[in-house]
Design a protein around this ligand. Structure first.
Ligand code: XMP
Ligand code: MG
Length: 179
């Protein structure tokens, strides 16, 4: 698996330090709120698991899975809910936990759907941000790292469902895509 990686973009230690900072900041910002962390499967699971343990106030968690219509690495913007949340959102301050904010279309659509359920607030925490690729006007409230416009894998992010279990974020060798 490691031999497929061209370069490491973000090391385990950098991830650890950044998530500690984000957790501390979220703990302060949500001290008087009613935090519900919503993880969008599957890419955000590792970030979610680490971020929730870096948060020192009460935090509820829930999970949803969406699939975007359209294939491969491009998002159409229309998403289908494959697994919905268990909890109703009224009264909660929602923090959407995402792996990567790319075009922004997925989250834009998701926020519309979640807003219809009357939460108190909705904010976004994304591990990675690719602002160069943005197609809709959306900004993360909490962001770990800005990454260049390259396809990245690891720490939850996949290529063809592989590489999620790499403990760092990296870029694949080009020849891996042509297999
Ligand atoms: P949009 O474009 O709607 O899409 O913001 C966000 C989703 O697209 C996937 N995505 C990636 N997945 N490496 C990945 O493994 C990447 O570089 C990448 N860029 C976008 C991801 O599922 C994200 O939630
Ligand atoms: Mg994703």
């Amino acid at each position: 698996m490691r031999e497929d990686i061209l370069k490491v973009l973000i090391t385990e230690q950098e991830l650890k330090n950044k998530i500690a900072q984000l957790g501390a900041q979220i703990s302060r910002d949500y001290a008087d709120k009613n935090l519900l962390m919503v993880s969008v499967l599957k890419g955000s699971v590792i970030f979610m698991a680490d971020l929730m343990r870096a948060i020192t106030i009460h935090a509820r968690v829930d999970f949803m899975a969406v699939s975007s219509y359209g294939s491969g690495v491009k998002t159409s913007g229309v998403v289908k809910i494959v697994k919905d949340l268990d909890l109703p959102l009224d009264g909660y301050d929602i923090l959407i936990v995402e792996d990567i904010l790319d075009s922004g279309k997925t989250l834009d659509y998701l926020i519309d759907i979640l807003n219809q359920r009357n939460p108190k607030s909705i904010k976004i925490a994304t591990l990675l941000d690719k602002p160069e690729r943005r197609e809709v006007n959306i900004k993360p409230d909490y962001s770990g790292f800005v990454v260049p416009d390259e396809f990245v894998v690891g720490y939850g992010l996949d290529y063809a469902e592989k590489y999620r279990n790499l403990p760092f974020v990296g870029v694949l060798k080009p020849e891996v895509y042509s297999h």
